[in-house]
Write a protein that binds this ligand. Structure first.
Ligand code: UD1
Ligand code: CA
Length: 459
C-alpha cells in the first residue's frame, strides 16, 4: 500500500473574521494547520499535498514549504474540486490510496485515521469514510444507509429533505479512497443542485451505484471531528486539546489541581508527584522533574526544572533550575540562566545569562546579568551587576563563598575572589582579592578576612 494524504486548505475562513487565514492562527503552540500536517507525516512517508487558495497560498508556503507539496485551487468550487487539484500530481504515480483531510480539524487522532486506512484495505473499499453520531448537525452532511446498513450516499444540508435532515449520523468529511477509483470518477462529479459546488461527498453515491464497497468507521469521540469555523469553535477546540494534555499528565502521576486553568504545551514533559497549581503555563520544550510544586501563576518556557523544585508566581524562559532549588514569588529568569542545586531565589529577582551556583541565595530584589556566581554565594538585597556600559555588555565573576552586602553595585567587568565580602552600599569598580573585605563608594580594601572572624554577621 502506498498512501498519500491530501489536505484541503483553500478555504477563505470567512466566518473566522481575521486578516490572517484561520489555519495559521496559533493553536496550542503551533499553527492550526500543523496538526493536519503532523498527522499526514505520521501516516505516510510521502509528502502530503496541501491544496491552497488565494489567501492561504503565500502564508502556508512561507511556513511549510519543506514539508508539503502545494497545489493551487484557483476558484473555490467545492471539496470535490479541491481534491481534483491533486490529480495532476498523484495520478500515474505510485500512490494507490488517497486520504483526504481538512486543514481545520485539529482534534483528529492518529489512531482513528490508522483504523480508517486499515478498514479501507481490509475491505478493499473504493471509499472508507469517517462518520459521527451527534444531535447537533453543525451543517454536516447526512449519512444515508440502505436496509442492510451499507452507506449509500451523503446528502448535504442544502439539498436534504426534512426526513434526511433528521438523520443523526453525519459525515465527518475524512475519507480514504482507492486512487484509481478516485481519479476515474472524481472528474465526472457534477455541480450540486443548490450550491453549484463540486461535492466530494458525491463520490459515495458513485461508488455504491457501481456496486463497489463503501466502508465506514463511526468515530467514538465526537470531539475528534470538530471543525473550526469561528473563534468560538477555536476556543472550544483549544479546551479539548488542553484537557487531553492535562489528562495525559494526570494519568502519568502529576497532580493538576485545576485543569481548566492549567496550560501545558504539547512538547512539555512533567515528572510524577509534581503538583501543578492554577494559572500555570508550561510552554515550548520545557521539562519539569519529579515532586516539584509549580505555580500558581507561573510561566515556564523552554526551560528545564530539576526534581523537588518550587516555582511560585514566577516567569522562567530558556533557563535551567537544578534539583532542590526554588524561586519566587515574582521573580524572572531570562534566557541563559542557571540556578544550581539547592539555590534559593526569593522575590523580585531577575537573572539573565547568569549562573547562581550551588546553595546560592538571592532573596530580594536583585539583578544578575552576564554573571557567573560560584557555590554558596549570598547575594544581598538590592545587589545589581552593572553589566552594560551603554555600548557593550561585560561579565561579572563571583567566586565561591562570597558574601555580597545589600545594595552592592558590581561594575562589570569585575571579579570578586573566593570568600570575599562587600559591605552594604558598596560600588565595586575593581577586582576584589579573595578573602578580603571591601566597602565604600568606590569600594576599597578595608581588611583581610583570612584569619579574622566575620564582624558583620547580619547585613
Ligand atoms: C464538508 C462535507 C460535509 C461534511 C463536512 C464536515 C462536502 C460537500 N461536504 O462540508 O458532508 O459533513 O465537510 O466538515 O464535502 N475547501 C477547499 N476548497 C473548496 C472548498 C472547501 O479547500 O473549494 C476546504 C476548506 O478549506 C475546508 C474543507 O475543504 O478545510 C471543508 O470545506 P467546508 O466548506 O468547511 O466543508 P462543507 O462543504 O461545509
Ligand atoms: Ca467546515
Amino acid at each position: 500500500m502506498n498512501l498519500t494524504v491530501v489536505i484541503l486548505a483553500a478555504g477563505k475562513s470567512t466566518r473566522f473574521k481575521s486578516s490572517i487565514p484561520k489555519i495559521l492562527h496559533d493553536f496550542g503552540e503551533r499553527p492550526l494547520i500543523a496538526y493536519a500536517l503532523e498527522l499526514a507525516e505520521r501516516l505516510s512517508a510521502n509528502p502530503p499535498i496541501l491544496v491552497v487558495g488565494e489567501e492561504t497560498d503565500a502564508p502556508l508556503r512561507a511556513w511549510a514549504d519543506e514539508r508539503a507539496q502545494f497545489v493551487f485551487q484557483e476558484r473555490r468550487l467545492g471539496t470535490g474540486h479541491a481534491t481534483l487539484q491533486a490529480q495532476k500530481v498523484l495520478e500515474g504515480g505510485t500512490t494507490d490510496r488517497v486520504l483526504v483531510l481538512y486543514g481545520d480539524m485539529p482534534l483528529l487522532r492518529l489512531e482513528t485515521l490508522q483504523r480508517l486506512v486499515e478498514i479501507q484495505q481490509q475491505r478493499d473499499a473504493a471509499i472508507a469514510l469517517l462518520t459521527v453520531i451527534r444531535d447537533e448537525s453543525q451543517g454536516f452532511g447526512r449519512v444515508l444507509r440502505d436496509s442492510t446498513g451499507n452507506v449509500l450516499r451523503i446528502v448535504e444540508e442544502p439539498e436534504a429533505t426534512p426526513e434526511q435532515l433528521a438523520i443523526r449520523e453525519l459525515n465527518a468529511g475524512i475519507y480514504v479512497f482507492d486512487a484509481d477509483f478516485l481519479w476515474t470518477n472524481l472528474p465526472q462529479v457534477k455541480p450540486s443542485a443548490e450550491k453549484g459546488e463540486i461535492y466530494l461527498t458525491d463520490m459515495v453515491e458513485l461508488a455504491s451505484d457501481q456496486g463497489l464497497t463503501v466502508a465506514d468507521l463511526i468515530v467514538d469521540d465526537p470531539t475528534e471531528v470538530m471543525g473550526i469555523n469561528t473563534r468560538v469553535d477555536f476556543t472550544d477546540a483549544l479546551a479539548v486539546v488542553r484537557e487531553r494534555i492535562n489528562r495525559h499528565w494526570m494519568l502519568e502521576g502529576v497532580t493538576v489541581v485545576h485543569p481548566e486553568a492549567t496550560y501545558i504545551g504539547p512538547d512539555v514533559v512533567v515528572g510524577p508527584d509534581t503538583v501543578v497549581l492554577p494559572n500555570t503555563h508550561l510552554r515550548g520544550k520545557t521539562v519539569i522533574g519529579d515532586a516539584c510544586v509549580i505555580g500558581p501563576n507561573s510561566i515556564i518556557e523552554d526551560s528545564t526544572i530539576g526534581d523537588r523544585c518550587r516555582v511560585t508566581a514566577s516567569v522562567i524562559e530558556g533557563s535551567e533550575m537544578e534539583h532542590d532549588s526554588d524561586i519566587g514569588p515574582f521573580s524572572h529568569l531570562r534566557p541563559g540562566s542557571l540556578v544550581c542545586t539547592g539555590a534559593h531565589i526569593g522575590n523580585f529577582a531577575e537573572m539573565k545569562k547568569s549562573t547562581l551556583g550551588p546553595g546560592g541565595h538571592m532573596g530580594h530584589f536583585s539583578y544578575l546579568g552576564d554573571a557567573t556566581l560560584g557555590a554558596h554565594v549570598n547575594v544581598g538585597a538590592g545587589t545589581i551587576t552593572c553589566n552594560f556600559d551603554g555600548e557593550r555588555k561585560h561579565r561579572t565573576i563571583v567566586e565561591d563563598d562570597v558574601f555580597i552586602g545589600s545594595d552592592s553595585l558590581l561594575i562589570a567587568p569585575v571579579r570578586i575572589g573566593k570568600g570575599a565580602k562587600t559591605g552594604a552600599g558598596s560600588v565595586v569598580t575593581r577586582d576584589v582579592e579573595p578573602e578580603t573585605l571591601v566597602y565604600g563608594v568606590p569600594a576599597r580594601l578595608r581588611r583581610s578576612l583570612k584569619v579574622e572572624i566575620d564582624p558583620q554577621e547580619e547585613l
